[in-house]
Design a protein around this ligand. Structure first.
Ligand code: SF4
Length: 308
């Protein structure tokens, strides 16, 4: 298990299998302030790309991680914030591809696809997963809360443009929330918008971890079924279990390293420990006593996350 500043994992992901994570952005820097963001409030930045972290530093960390010979299926470019904001994205993907023949996945809010240079760099990835949670200008402002100056039209047409030229796999993701983007009207709009995008898969998701804003509530199973019937696509399981793995022997340390990157709910923690044939009680008690970890109750289950 690696848990450096920019390279971490291996983490098991519902869609990607064993994923080695690379984060070109740190400190929650994002040009969106999504109401469902599980990182908490992002550090707002304009829609301007910068050399946030030199690529050579990230690749040096990647080399170090590879020396430990981790077993992984994909390299995911994610990060604590929006990865396309880093001007080194193209160079980073090239550098990763020179070091491994595993597919490179880019997980992005898709906001900078209005910019031809960003599109060109992102197109070097094998799989790109952009988000489209809004269906018009008011819902864009309500849900994604972009930094001043980006309109829904620019965001949407950027994704459309990218989808038409990109030769890899485009997996689109929509996060649905109760009362925010799950109405019949919203469905009609989404249906129309989706017709313009060339995508290979559509993932239907809903928040399963404490969101930034408490009103960003998940949709229930019946609503998700209705959405799937209208839009097609693949709903992600509400609570997936046995989703995480680590090669740190000490289970408490392994869990801390995982939680630092990604909040985990009690079922995931229990599943992780069961997988190791360990009694969850002792490890969970140790997590509860850790001052760096807070436990937030969310829809009748506990979520463990690092304090900001
Ligand atoms: S785009 Fe991602 S990182 Fe940025 S605010 Fe939205 S969910 Fe958080």
């Amino acid at each position: 298990m690696t848990h450096g500043k920019h390279v971490y994992g291996v983490v098991a992901s519902r869609r990607l299998g064993k994923s080695l994570g690379v984060g070109p952005i740190t400190d929650n820097m994002c040009n969106f302030g999504c109401v469902y963001c599980q990182l908490g409030r992002s550090d707002y930045v304009p829609h301007v790309r910068k050399n946030f972290t030199p690529v050579k530093d990230i690749l040096a960390e990647f080399d170090e991680a590879l020396q430990k010979a981790p077993e992984f299926d994909v390299v995911s470019i994610v990060g604590d914030g929006e990865p396309t904001l880093n001007t080194g994205l193209g160079k980073l993907i090239k550098g990763i591809k020179a070091r491994t023949d595993k597919p490179v996945v880019l997980i992005t809010n898709g906001s900078l696809f209005f910019d031809p240079e960003t599109r060109e760099e992102a197109a070097q990835a094998d799989i790109v997963i952009p988000s489209l949670d809004a269906y018009d200008e008011p819902s864009f402002k309500r849900i994604n809360r972009p930094y001043n100056g980006l309109t829904f039209e620019e965001h949407f047409w950027g994704i459309v443009d990218f989808s038409k030229r990109f030769e890899g796999q485009l997996w689109l993701e929509i996060i649905f929330m109760k009362g925010l983007n799950d109405s019949e009207d919203a469905m009609r709009s989404f249906k129309k918008l989706l017709e313009a995008i060339r995508y290979d898969k559509l993932y239907l998701n809903t928040p399963v971890r404490p969101p930034t804003e408490s009103y960003a509530q998940p949709v229930d199973a019946t609503t998700m079924k209705r959405i799937q019937k209208t839009l097609g696509g693949i709903p992600l399981d509400y609570l997936s279990k046995d989703d995480y793995m680590s090669d740190i022997d000490d289970s408490v340390e392994a869990l801390k390293a995982l939680i630092k990157r990604h909040p985990m709910h009690q079922f995931e923690i229990e599943g992780f420990l069961r997988h190791r044939r360990e009694n969850p009680k002792k490890a969970i008690e140790a997590l509860q006593e850790d001052k760096n970890i807070e436990i937030v109750s969310y829809h009748n289950y506990d979520v463990y996350r690092f304090k900001h």
